[in-house]
Design a protein around this ligand. Structure first.
Ligand SMILES: C[S@@+](CC[C@H](N)C(=O)[O-])C[C@H]1O[C@@H](n2cnc3c(N)ncnc32)[C@H](O)[C@@H]1O
Length: 247
């Protein structure tokens, strides 16, 4: 089995595997996250697992001092071509090249679920975010109605745009527990239900879903969840008794 990094380089190169991105939607969602974080000019922000840099670029436009980290050189090459003024750094989420309490904000958008060692990555986020800093994570729901329909139809496990080689799904409270077990206080949880990225359904279905159906999806069956967290200073790295045990 090739190294995960190599698989991601190939994934980022293969346009048919990468998600279909809808720029307008992406910008709207980036803007919503920046509003949730209440970012201010001059503050520091890290996008961990930044991919091709779309969120970093939106944050940069708000006058934030942005850093993007990813372990895929292919993704970072594209990110740098998007905005040369942003600090894009090649690093693994489990060993971040920043000093303690450096960031006002850390985001990890659709990435933590793909990290091999989530616990070590969360420890790193905890170390580098400031005492009153804010952390925002996007995480996928195993019980998204669309996934249930897909499993019913095909019997295959759900995957996010072909990243079946390394991904984890959980539920709203399953992810919350992982974050709390790793010394973050979850301030609020948001549901996200827009599905422009999927290649498994037609544009017609996407329009019907995004403009009508999504408003009726129960919270716990949403596509993904956004977690706004703050650092819990009372850090106890092994405050866990869960399936996410330390290794
Ligand atoms: C689904 S993509 C999300 C990219 C971006 N956040 C976005 O929303 O478009 C997951 C990203 O995590 C990166 N990644 C996976 N494991 C990593 C690790 N251990 N350290 C750093 N980046 C990693 C991949 O290269 C990929 O760019």
């Amino acid at each position: 089995m090739p190294e995960l990094k190599t698989l991601y380089d190939a994934w980022h190169l293969d346009k048919s595997m990468s998600w279909v991105k809808v720029k307008k939607y992406e910008e709207r969602i980036n803007s919503k996250i920046l509003d949730i974080l209440e970012v201010k000019r001059g503050e520091t922000l890290l996008d961990l697992g930044c991919g091709k840099g779309s969120f970093c670029n939106s944050a940069f436009k708000r006058g934030v001092k942005v850093y993007g980290v990813d372990f895929s050189m292919v993704a970072l090459r594209e990110a740098k071509s998007l905005n040369k003024k942003i600090n894009f750094i090649l690093a693994d989420a489990v060993k971040l090249p920043f000093k303690e309490d450096f960031f006002d904000h850390v985001v990890c958008l659709g990435s933590l679920e793909h990290f091999l060692d989530k616990i070590s990555a969360l420890k790193e986020i905890h170390r580098i975010v400031k005492k009153k800093g804010k952390v925002f994570l996007f995480l996928p729901n195993s019980y998204f109605l669309g996934h249930i329909y897909f499993v019913w139809k095909t019997g295959l496990p759900p995957d996010e745009g072909g990243q079946y080689f390394c991904e984890q799904f959980s539920t709203k409270l399953g992810w919350k527990k992982l974050l709390e077990d790793n010394s973050f206080d979850v301030v609020s949880i948001y549901k996200f239900n827009t599905i422009w990225a999927s290649k498994k359904v037609s544009w017609f279905t996407k329009y019907v879903y995004n403009f009508i159906l999504k408003h009726f999806i129960p919270f716990n069956l949403s596509y993904s969840f956004g977690y706004l967290c703050v650092k819990n200073e009372d850090r106890n790295p092994c405050r866990r008794n869960s399936p996410w045990e330390c290794t």
